[in-house]
Design a binder for this molecule. Structure first.
Ligand code: DOR
Ligand code: ZN
Ligand code: ZN
Length: 406
């Protein structure tokens, strides 16, 4: 599975099934050009964009519009998610026909652009999505429970990241994962649990897999490598993200779940915000999320160097598993040869310190600021063309394509 090229390993291009590109609507946070440039230098050759843009990607016209905006800017290949809501059940099939690669359900949302549908509508939506054959990614977090806790903490004058935690954060995740696994079981819809952060949800996912539910799950480098103890070191509110990075002890269980197959893949939840939205005095006013597509491979190769996982295992988590789950294997995620090949030539010896100021992404605030990494993508090839080399983008915008050509 790993080919040596001049002593350097050649692996498939990575897929990131969880990125927030921000256009249309939030070009000040990120553009298709900057997000896909970040992906290219990070060794990621396929991204899936989340639908919480303005307008949200909630009908066939919005899917077509997003693909039209993305195409001329893209440095890597891309899929777009269709939003699942109460008001657009009749739009699900048309979105699939218009080129959506998957669906996204916010089972818990504070964003009025993409509200959380009621449970009856969720059940109907999963039945409809099953007919499209596509997978539904789920932000599984019971936000009323978290918001109740947040309101109490705010009233008590608590303004630290740990105010998000405690039992409420555990139950918010476990309950939502349990509920959506049940709905998937009854409808036969393929689901994917986004950004798993909580050790208590892992037995729930494992049990659903044992029952034969078509469920996959991802976690992200920040849940594997950071804990609430890093909040201070990360500087201000850089670490604020939904769902929250948890107390020490959760990460170890997430690593075990990667090794035993309960968690199938690594994504990034790349969620860039401008500096002024991250450095607000109160956490309650700080935008959640940070860029990730540029640093994920570097961070995970550093763990490979440390002996925490093998390179072969990393390739399964970052390339093969997402391609299989989202119906792209072996066109994506496999070690192909020829003009269709998405490949990354690794430099395992490259040492560098993470500095947000150097990012291609417009999001410059990262909780990994100052972290030393070992290993990176030296050259990224998209369908045979070298699109990035040594941290620089070298192919023009428009080299990337939609996964679902119209
Ligand atoms: O931290 C987050 N940021 N979590 C989400 O669910 C949304 C995302 C964003 O769009 O900024
Ligand atoms: Zn989410
Ligand atoms: Zn997200």
């Amino acid at each position: 599975r790993v080919i040596e090229a001049g002593g350097r390993p050649l692996i498939p291009g990575a897929l990131d099934v969880h990125t927030h590109v921000r256009e249309p609507g939030f070009s000040h946070k990120e553009t298709w050009a900057t997000a896909t440039a970040a992906a290219a230098v990070g060794g990621v050759t396929t991204i899936f964009d989340m639908p919480n843009t303005d307008p949200p990607t909630a009908n066939a016209a919005a899917v077509r519009e997003k693909i039209a905006i993305a195409g001329p800017q893209a440095h890597v290949d891309f899929g777009v998610y269709g939003y699942v809501g109460e008001a657009n059940l009749a739009d699900l099939q048309p979105m699939a026909e218009a080129g959506a690669s998957a669906f996204k359900l916010f089972l818990g949302s504070d964003n009025p652009l993409v509200p959380c549908p009621n449970d009856g509508a969720v059940l109907d939506a999963l039945a409809l999505i099953r007919e499209t054959g596509l997978r539904c990614t789920v932000h599984a977090e019971n936000t009323p429970i978290l918001n109740w806790r947040g309101a109490q903490m705010k009233a008590a004058g608590r303004d630290d990241l740990a105010a998000h935690l405690a039992q409420h954060a555990d139950i918010a995740t476990v309950e939502a994962v349990q509920r959506i696994a049940l709905f998937a079981e009854w409808t036969g819809c393929k689901i994917h649990i986004a950004h798993e952060n909580c050790r208590h949800a892992l037995p729930v996912i494992a049990a659903a897999k044992r029952r034969g539910v078509a469920i996959t799950a991802e976690t992200c480098p920040h849940y594997l490598l950071l804990s609430m103890d890093d909040a201070e070191r990360a500087g201000g509110n850089a670490l604020r993200v939904k769902p929250p990075v948890r107390e020490a002890g959760h990460a170890e269980a997430l690593w075990a779940a990667l090794l035993d197959g309960t968690i199938d893949m690594i994504s990034t939840d790349h969620a860039p915000h401008p500096v002024e939205e991250k450095h607000r005095a109160s956490i309650w006013e700080t935008s959640p999320g940070f860029p990730g597509v540029e640093t994920s491979m570097r961070l995970m190769l550093t763990e490979v160097a440390a002996g925490r996982l093998t390179l072969q295992h990393y390739v399964r988590l970052a390339c093969e598993a997402p391609a299989r789950a989202f119906g792209l294997w072996p066109r994506k995620g496999a070690l192909l040869v020829g003009t269709d090949a998405d490949l990354v030539l690794l430099d395992l010896d490259h040492r560098e310190t993470i500095r947000g100021a150097t990012f291609q992404s417009k999001g410059k605030v990262t909780p990994f600021e100052g972290r030393e990494t070992e290993g990176r993508a030296a050259m990224t090839f998209l369908r045979g063309t070298c699109v990035a080399q040594d941290g620089e983008v070298i192919a023009p915008p428009g080299t990337g394509r939609s996964l679902q050509p119209p």
